[in-house]
Design a protein around this ligand. Structure first.
Ligand SMILES: Nc1ncnc2c1ncn2[C@@H]1O[C@H](COP(=O)(O)OP(=O)(O)O)[C@@H](O)[C@H]1O
Ligand SMILES: [Mg+2]
Length: 198
């Protein structure tokens, strides 16, 4: 099973303040929430097929926010808005806009200079993006779909498969994913690229 639409389990406590942003009534379990988010993401993906983003709009804060809103806006009223609290992964919340600007500038520079193969380029951006952690939740799924759009738009390549071909269960797939992210934290991007392409 690939990770494309799957959230990180257990990482998101359903505390009352968090749930206050829920746009739906009658949701009581994490599983229900995961399913509703998944449906929302599916509709975002359908929307993307009929409204393919243009090259020059992709590498920008506006697009990053609007993609998150498309993915989670039916479920959460804070979708598409940067977080205003600190989280354990991620930069201090007030640094998000500037860190994102630096990332988008780097991404543009690497693109123009063909610094990396296109797959590695997209994965490096994905890892930096999820490390900034722009939003209160959904950063993993958002960064994976963003990488898919990058590779598709700028590489003319299909979306990444995020471990689906290994035919492992969700737990093993997630373990491989997190191990690869930790390698990327150390500057070694090869495992994450391999994971995404497998
Ligand atoms: N060591 C790490 N380095 C970079 N990113 C990480 C690391 N550990 C976890 N992550 C990312 O953070 C995500 C969890 O953040 P979250 O906002 O809850 O996303 P989601 O709800 O989509 O799972 C994970 O899916 C993963 O992509
Ligand atoms: Mg989460």
């Amino acid at each position: 099973m690939g990770l494309s639409y799957l959230p990180e389990q257990g990482q998101t406590p359903l505390d009352p303040e968090y749930l206050s942003g829920l746009r739906l009534v009658g949701v009581t379990t994490k599983l229900q929430l995961d399913e509703l988010e998944q449906l929302n993401i599916q509709s975002a993906m359908t929307w993307l097929i009929s409204n393919p983003p243009k090259h020059d709009s992709l590498l920008a804060e506006k697009f990053i926010k609007s993609l998150h809103k498309r993915m989670f806006g039916d479920v959460w009223n804070w979708a598409g808005n940067f977080r205003r609290v600190d989280t354990n992964i991620g930069v201090e919340w007030w640094k998000i806009p500037s860190e994102l600007k630096v990332l988008m500038d780097d991404a543009q520079f690497w693109l123009e200079h063909n610094t990396y193969p296109r797959e590695e380029w997209a994965i490096r951006i994905k890892h930096r993006l999820v490390s900034i952690h722009c939003f209160p939740n959904g950063n993993g799924r958002h960064s994976r779909l963003f990488a898919d759009l990058l590779i598709n738009n700028f590489g003319n390549l299909p979306y990444f498969t995020w471990g689906a071909h290994a035919k492992l269960d969700e737990y093993a797939t997630r373990t491989n994913y997190i191990t690869s992210l930790r390698e990327a934290d150390l500057g070694n991007y090869r495992p994450l690229v391999q994971f995404a392409l497998n």
